[in-house]
Design a protein around this ligand. Structure first.
Ligand SMILES: [Cu+2]
Length: 155
């Protein structure tokens, strides 16, 4: 029955990454944060299972959760990217932590980062380092400020 073959459809994910950024790290703490928008235009789910860069000792995927009014970081093994969906990595929710910087980076630099997806494989990005203003966070997002403290001073 050849028609059986013809009837098969091969579902697959189609990952597109937009607007990646790395925050210019503050002078003291040796860590920073990366954000981006991951879009799956395909008809099958994929998973972000790893992030790599040469500029730091360790990269982790984190999720911010609020417990008893306090922002807390939870390390994630992976982030599922469902079909036809968009997930934003930012200060709240999911984000990428770059820990143990081995090189000084500043606004205007570009950093090579590799994203590893379970099905789509590796994808290399040139990520711009941008300045973020803590004062602005203080006014707009108290939780983000808490989160930054946790990241920068408790590690
Ligand atoms: Cu984090």
């Amino acid at each position: 029955m050849y028609s059986c073959f013809l009837g098969l459809s091969f579902a697959s994910p189609k990952i597109v990454v937009k607007h990646p950024w790395i925050m210019e790290p503050p002078p003291r703490p040796n860590a920073t944060m990366m954000g981006m928008i991951v879009i799956n235009e395909g008809d099958e789910a994929d998973k972000l299972i790893g992030v790599k860069t040469d500029i730091a000792r360790k990269v982790e995927i984190h999720k911010t959760v609020i417990e008893n009014g306090v922002a807390k970081m939870v390390h994630q093994e992976y982030v599922k990217i469902p079909p036809r969906s968009k997930i934003e990595f930012k200060h709240h929710g999911y984000h990428i932590m770059i820990i143990g910087l081995e090189k000084r980076i500043k606004a205007g630099d570009k950093v090579k980062v590799k994203l590893v997806f379970e099905k789509s494989g590796e994808s290399e990005l040139e990520v711009p380092v941008i300045k973020m203003h803590m004062m602005k966070y203080n006014m707009e997002h108290i939780d983000e400020q808490q989160e930054m403290k946790m990241h920068m001073y408790e590690r």
